[in-house]
Design a binder for this molecule. Sequence first.
Ligand code: PLP
Ligand code: ZN
Length: 432
Amino acid sequence: MTSSRVEAPARWQQCANCGNRLDELDPRTSCPECGGLLDVMFHTPPGRGAELRREFSARPRLTGQPFEVSGVWRYAELVMSAPPSAIVSFPEGNTPLLMNERVAQWTGCEGLRIKHEGMNPTGSFKDRGMTVGVTQAKRVRARAVVCASTGNTSASLAAYAALGGLPALVLVPAGQVAIGKLMQTMAYGARTLAVRGDFDACLSLVRDAAQRLGVYLLNSVNPFRIEGQKTIVFELLQQLDWKAPDWIALPAGNLGNTAAFGKALDEACRLGLIDRVPRLLAVQAAGASPFHQSYLTGFQERRTTRADTIATAIRIGDPASYDRGVRAIRLTNGVVVAVPDAAILEGQQCAGTAGIGCEPASAASLAGVRAAVDSGLIHRDDSVVAVLTGHLLKDPAGGGDPGAEKSLTMPTEIDASLGEIERELSRLTSGR
Ligand SMILES: *Cc1c(COP(=O)(O)O)cnc(C)c1O
Ligand SMILES: [Zn+2]
């Protein structure tokens, strides 16, 4: 970033499992020694908080090159030091932090704030990781990029690959992806393969493909995606004037985002951007809750499950970022809860009738906060930020599978007459 006065630190990749170090430009996305997941590392000198806060608020927001107005690249010092010409950005981020009385009341938490990541270019937070991941793919001169997806990763990868001029290959579980997400992926021109199997099967297939066929893997096991997703936290902290909330709630599937939130909070605290670490509330769907079940054992046992939930974006039975997720929960004194599909749909409907449209997986955040208030874990007057991860139009039928109408209110059919409109209008205004 040309305007930057703050020097970007040197970076390397490091195995979280055995400590093995790899160059920043090594295209492998797991440890060649032990197969563990990699982290992007850089020194975080304490006491730079005030300087960085000034720098972040001085950056332009409305006009300029995509990387200058991006809500990800604003935090470049904490994300990646790439030359501006290498950055693949739409831009993304700059999502609103909303307050809404109706939704707050539904959760029981009066001061609830809602970080709406559905307002990203392809309608989910995945764009924050993908701008960094695809930029890295270009830096390592990948010949193609690949991912497995429950839908949003593929939509995002397809868009950023198209923008960056890279061929994209996508594997999705056949018949299990919400129609909005599939349409995006196809429209952005990714080669899309529907695999007879579940998401977990797709992921292990692309990890093999990446290793043997030399394509660059852009699932959230890729540490550069995590670096981009950290900016959800940096941005919401900046929107709160760097006053840390008590809790941050998010839906948890493959645990990439949970990991990113933990890493962001750790770094923000070390640098002195904030003076205490908020607690993470990771929320799973009851039918896809291996992380919750592991949490209940004190993480003594790693559980897996056959996943089944209407929240397709978190329909994952064997989370790839499990170890990182555990680290994030421990580091933040976090909690993992599970909520039934009925509560998720109720949360989605409540937000919808308040004009805040989100897909089912996102509403898990709201349902999780509500459950935590009910159980006394979260107090009514705690400051809580719930992250909505994806847009309503992603999964309009609310069940993932095309044709499902689980949460959708259907239109009332009428004759083409003013009388009928008059009747409906009086019903509407009298609240019937
Ligand atoms: C990917 C996704 C999630 C889950 O994030 P993980 O990093 O897999 O835990 C939740 N909600 C939406 C809308 C998503 O697209
Ligand atoms: Zn290792």
